[in-house]
Design a protein around this ligand. Structure first.
Ligand code: 13P
Length: 356
């Protein structure tokens, strides 16, 4: 076991003021993101988009690690620099999505299981060689009238724990991502109940598989009402429910919790994280590992046009900085009139509101 290396990597990923960029969209997911800007998802477009992100000046001040997709880990900049090297040169730790997606769980209609265990030991050895030092595995839990079932939660917990043990054997920090989806009209109380149960069963499984918690990070959903719920929640309500839930079921030995954004707007994801950190000292670092909440403004500014790269990079650096502020509870979102000098604003934008 690579105990000290794992602990050092996990701690570096949740260093004060920093968090993770999740840029590990699979080929089918990045296609959906590119569809929103009417851009074809070719290998070259995916490569240039990722180059834009990874070469953004100033991002390294707030970004500790980046999660790649398998294809991206093997890609290079226009000048021939491998992406993992480009990040490592800036002090950013390269990571990799280690699961290979979801499939229906036999016997449990409407629930899914995460794939990727079969050839994982070999793939992890390759990923380490290519420069990765941490990995991610996402399981999906759905809230519905009779969902989730304990059968689906436990099947996912067991796969997650096997994955985490294999990562640590290979010297890679596992990030376990049990995502309770925001889809639906459930209340925040129901989300808290399901998130508690899910996390409890996940940590029981990690214990059984002898996973080193000090060398593991948790990437969960925040405790939120469903997207279609009649009653939405303020950042303070989200923070209180999330912290209460996590204090009950997440061991203090975990160095950090790096939230996913899960369909929240960039502003909501930042405000909710900031409210949690403003509540005071917690047993773990509370950080971010955002995909959409960091990248949505970048895609909007970029639009697939080389001439927009600078504006898109400014939007990314700006969002990273705001999330860096949320790490210490210092983000305040005050909607203000359109301000042409805002680094997140496109010079040609006709918006009447600054969306930073
Ligand atoms: P979102 O922040 O968009 O939820 O993405 C995080 C992620 O890595 C999903 O697996």
């Amino acid at each position: 076991m690579h105990t000290s290396e794992l602990m050092a990597t996990a701690q570096a990923l949740v260093a004060p003021g920093k968090g993770i960029l999740a840029a590990d969209e699979s080929t089918s997911t990045i296609k959906k993101r590119f569809d929103t800007i009417k851009l074809e998802s070719t290998e070259e477009n995916r490569r240039s988009y990722r180059e834009l992100l990874f070469t953004t000046q100033g991002a390294a001040e707030y970004i500790s690690g980046v999660i790649f997709y398998d294809e991206t880990l093997r890609q290079k900049t226009k000048d021939g620099q491998p992406f993992p090297q480009v990040l490592a040169d800036q002090g950013i730790i390269p990571g990799i999505k280690a699961d290979t997606g979801l499939e229906l769980l036999a016997g449990f209609p409407d629930e899914q299981i995460t794939k990727g265990l079969d050839d994982l030991r070999q793939r992890l050895a390759d990923y380490y060689q290519l420069g990765a030092r941490f990995t991610k595995w996402r399981a999906v839990i759905t809230i519905g009238p009779n969902l989730p079932t304990l059968g689906a939660i436990d099947a996912n917990a067991s796969a997650m724990a096997r994955y985490a043990a294999l990562c640590q054997e290979a010297g890679l920090v596992p990030i376990i991502e049990p995502e309770v989806l925001m889809d639906g009209s459930h209340t925040i109380e129901r989300c808290e109940e399901v998130t508690s149960l899910t996390l409890k069963r996940m940590f029981d499984a990690l214990y059984e598989q002898k996973v080193l918690l000090e060398g593991t990070l948790l990437k969960p959903n925040m405790v939120l009402p469903g997207k279609k719920a009649a009653q939405q929640a303020t950042p303070q309500q989200v923070a209180e429910a999330t912290i209460r839930c996590f204090r009950r079921v997440v061991p203090a030995a975990i160095p950090g919790i790096v939230f996913l954004s899960g369909g929240q707007s960039p502003e909501e994801a930042t405000a909710n994280l900031s409210a949690m950190n403003a509540m005071g000292a917690h047993p773990w670092e509370l950080s971010f590992s955002y995909g959409r909440a960091l990248q949505e403004p970048v895609l909007k500014h970029w639009q697939g046009q080389a001439g927009n790269i600078e504006a898109a990079q400014k939007a990314y650096a700006h969002r990273a900085k705001l999330n860096g502020a949320a790490r210490s509870g210092h983000y305040t979102h005050v909607p203000r009139p359109f301000w042409p000098f805002c680094p997140g604003a496109h010079p040609l934008s006709r918006r009447s509101q600054c969306r930073c």
